[in-house]
Design a protein around this ligand. Structure first.
Ligand SMILES: Nc1ncnc2c1ncn2[C@@H]1O[C@H](COP(=O)(O)OP(=O)(O)OP(=O)(O)O)[C@@H](O)[C@H]1O
Ligand SMILES: [Mg+2]
Length: 245
């Protein structure tokens, strides 16, 4: 059974149809990349998978582990193991990275009952690996973080929470060369048989480090072509023009 299966999805925002018959299937162990022009609906797709209530689904199905999740609130989806990293991660004043992650971890993995000390050790190990200064753990989420620091913090969350499905929206944008490698390493860390990954990006360069099994071309609310990594290379050379009808 597919981890995520989206069939003939149509969705509106503010009465404007943004998703127009989208199909995608992601299995455990797979890395899928979605590439497409600005405004095509990629972030909308990410938000629909996570359950952002701003969007109105007018047709289609979203099955997660075989279960229809349309209408399910965001927190329940997170508990099921769906994770979204945001194109523009928001500040959450008053909530430290450490406290947020402990709460989220306990919610997603209720049977593990990890002690606060073991959890702290895990956080430190992962922060060091991602070259995130340990002091960030006790800062409020994203408050005063630079663009790149926000993206690294999202990858820290991904590594700690160990979701079943990770939807990563432009996690590679705005990163310097070293940070890009660190973020790619953070994604590669979690790739494995227990997770499926949907990586939204504009740039082929992240794919020099993270190897996708499938690359989807996303134009005007739907996927118009699917292939292997060679598709990203073609796009880099030819752009989207030949796909726009
Ligand atoms: N809350 C909203 N209110 C109004 N329009 C919206 C809203 N959210 C999305 N849209 C519109 O839906 C379309 C798709 O937006 P979306 O953010 O999904 O694009 P994208 O593919 O992620 O683009 P980018 O590559 O620039 O991030 C755009 O035309 C956008 O203006
Ligand atoms: Mg976007």
């Amino acid at each position: 059974m597919a981890l995520l299966k989206i069939s003939n999805l149509h969705a509106k925002v503010n009465d404007k149809e943004v998703i127009k018959g989208l199909n995608i299937e992601i299995n455990y162990g797979e890395v899928h990349t979605v590439m497409g022009p600005n405004g095509a609906g990629k972030t909308t797709l990410a938000n629909l998978i996570m359950g952002n209530p701003k969007y109105e689904i007018t047709a289609g199905e979203i099955l997660f582990d075989g279960k229809n999740i349309i209408g399910m609130p965001v927190n329940e989806r997170a508990q099921l193991g769906i994770f979204q990293s945001f194109q523009y991660p928001e500040e959450i004043p008053g909530v430290t990275v450490r406290n947020f992650l402990k709460l989220a971890y306990d919610t997603i993995h209720p049977n593990e009952k990890m002690s606060i000390f073991d959890f702290g050790d895990m956080l430190i190990k992962m922060s060091d690996q991602l070259k995130i200064d340990r002091s960030f753990l006790d800062r409020y989420i994203n408050v005063g973080f630079s663009g790149g620091e926000r993206k690294k913090s999202e990858i820290l969350q991904l590594n700690i929470l160990k979701p079943k499905l990770a939807v990563l929206d432009e996690t590679d944008s705005g990163l310097d060369i070293d940070a890009l490698k660190v973020v790619a390493e953070g994604i590669n860390n979690v790739i494995g048989p227990d997770i499926g990954i949907l990586l939204i990006t504009h740039y082929q360069r992240i794919l020099d480090y993270v190897k996708p099994h499938f690359v989807h071309v996303f134009i005007d609310g739907k996927i118009v072509k699917t292939g292997g990594p060679e598709v990203a290379k073609e796009l880099e050379i030819e752009g989207y023009e030949s796909f726009v009808v």
